[in-house]
Design a protein around this ligand. Structure first.
Ligand SMILES: Nc1ncnc2c1ncn2[C@@H]1O[C@H](COP(=O)(O)OP(=O)(O)OP(=O)(O)O)[C@@H](O)[C@H]1O
Ligand SMILES: [Mg+2]
Length: 497
């Protein structure tokens, strides 16, 4: 039974982990991390624990009941009927209790999920919570969630355990009825005292397993409630599967075209109505525009993190929806707005983008990203382990590491989303020079708020409210004298002061 329940859990856990990879980003946008985590851990554990304990108990109890029942039938069918009556009543009561138990366990697991979500939030927002002196409020929040969980757990556990004494009591009534009925039969001489003695022993033997079965079936409701949450996750709508005969580009160059792209994060709130532009291979495209204009969204669409609601995006003439996602993403290197590093050495963190990258390649990428210097000044250099010390790197240093990572991937298309926003201006310029050199003949998309850094871009897309307002080179846009020129001049003026 241990192996049955562990195999089941193992399989489920594997399915969950594969499922999480197939879920669209949309799902993660809508659910708290701690909530998802809770389904993959607490709920799964609950299923495993209950099954392991429950299945073996069910089996032994069942065998015990069937065996004793046969013996009882052989001794006295009439008295057996009395015993069966008690059993029947037990089962009805057990069924009634179980129904409620399942409901309470559902509430319990839900409350547990919310507590986990809350804890996750409290940890990841630790600094902000402290900065705004919100510890008290956070504790109060936690107390509310905790109180809810306490109430739900109390009810669920009460229902879980109350069943044993109740069923035992019913069985004891049956026992008394049989003892009286048996005594009368003995007095009448219908049955020998030895038989009644044996019968009563079997009744005793049968009543404990019945109590146990009721208890097990009842507590399995907890497993069912938890399993439902696991299956809810497994049943979530997945991203479209990769198409059967995926296209590949024989010699990728990096021509990118957006054709009448229509997109919204939800169907009723369309952000981009009709976006079209084309980018020649090897050019440097800058995307600029105010906060919330849709710059990151544009990049998300190019990486196919979200599906379009209309139109298409092509790379070298091939629709990206016709490619495998893995292949598409292998063409691109991306540095995101927020940096992500994992527990491991700096070497591993940079080497993350390329399988079996050797040390020389890693150092070269780090040099190009201007990260080599600060890494070498650390006592352990490239072998510095990031774990608890993740926070011991500055935001800019973290960005340099992720840039090195993208450079190492050596992609056809490079995407930098505010990649150097936390780096000082001189380093930013140096990185850009190195980048220009690296990206010769390849396409790069640069999203930047500091317009001085993208003046030399081959093409500038100016975005606002999900549309492209203006496009062209820096000179063209300045001559146009509209939105971009205003934006540029305002930054320049700010600097002049
Ligand atoms: N995952 C998401 N789910 C729903 N809406 C989103 C999501 N991400 C962004 N949005 C919305 O889409 C719009 C465009 O966001 P986007 O991140 O593309 O802006 P941006 O131009 O990159 O801004 P910034 O300069 O601040 O990075 C915003 O109004 C934002 O609220
Ligand atoms: Mg953005």
């Amino acid at each position: 039974m241990a192996s049955v329940s562990q195999t089941l859990t193992f399989t489920l856990r594997k399915e969950i982990s594969e499922k999480l990879n197939r879920l669209p980003l949309r799902y993660f946008d809508r659910h708290k991390k701690g909530e998802i985590l809770s389904r993959a851990t607490s709920d799964l554990e609950k299923v495993a624990d209950t099954l392991q304990e429950g299945l073996s108990q069910l089996l032994t109890a069942f065998v015990g009941i069937v065996g004793s029942f046969i013996m009882m039938l052989l001794i006295s069918p009439v008295l057996t009927l009395t015993a069966a009556g008690a059993i029947f009543i037990s089962l009805v009561v057990a069924a009634l209790v179980s129904k409620r138990t399942q409901r309470y366990f559902s509430l319990n697991q839900e409350a547990l999920g919310r507590v986990n979500g809350n804890i996750e939030e409290a940890f990841s927002g630790n600094i902000v919570i402290k900065a705004f002196n919100l510890e008290k409020q956070m504790v109060t929040n936690t107390e509310i969630f905790n109180e809810n969980l306490f109430q739900a757990s109390k009810k669920a556990m009460f229902m879980n355990y109350v069943i044993s004494p109740v069923i035992r009591q019913i069985n004891q009534f049956g026992y008394v009825a049989i003892a009286i009925g048996g005594a009368i039969s003995v007095i009448k001489g219908n049955i020998s005292i030895g038989d009644i003695q044996a019968f009563i022993q079997y009744v005793n033997q049968i009543s404990e397993p019945i109590t146990q079965i009721s208890y097990t079936v009842n507590s399995l409701q907890g497993a069912i409630a938890a399993a439902e949450r696991v299956f809810e996750l497994l049943d979530e709508e997945e991203e479209l599967p990769d198409i059967v005969n995926p296209a590949e580009i024989s010699a990728p160059k990096g021509n990118v075209r957006f054709e009448h792209v229509r997109f919204g994060y939800s169907d009723d709130a369309i952000l981009m109505k009709d976006i079209s532009f084309s980018v020649k291979a090897g050019s440097k495209i800058a995307i600029v525009g105010p906060t919330g204009a849709g710059k990151t969204t544009l990049v998300n669409l190019l990486m196919r993190f979200y599906e379009l609601q209309g139109g298409r995006i092509t790379i070298d003439g091939v629709d990206i929806a016709k490619m495998r996602r893995g292949y598409l993403r292998s063409l691109m290197g991306m540095v995101l707005q927020d940096t992500w590093l994992f527990g491991g050495t700096l070497r591993d963190n940079i080497g993350y983008s390329k399988e079996n990258a050797d040390d020389e390649e890693i150092y070269k990428a780090a040099k190009a990203a201007r990260a080599d210097h600060f890494i070498r000044t650390m006592p352990l250099g490239y072998d510095t382990v990031l774990s608890d010390e993740i926070t011991s790197l500055s935001q800019g240093q973290r960005q340099l590491l992720t840039i090195a990572r993208a450079i190492l991937a050596n992609p056809v298309i490079l995407i930098l989303d505010e990649a150097t926003s936390s780096v000082d201006t001189r380093t930013e310029l140096e990185i850009q020079k190195a980048m220009d050199h690296l990206m010769k003949g390849r396409t790069s998309f640069v999203i930047a708020h500091r317009l001085s850094t993208i003046r030399d871009a081959d093409h500038i897309l100016v975005m606002k409210d999900g549309t492209i307002m203006e496009q062209g080179t820096h000179e063209e846009l300045m001559n146009l004298g509209k939105f971009y020129a205003d934006l540029y001049n305002s930054q320049f003026a700010a600097k002049g002061n």
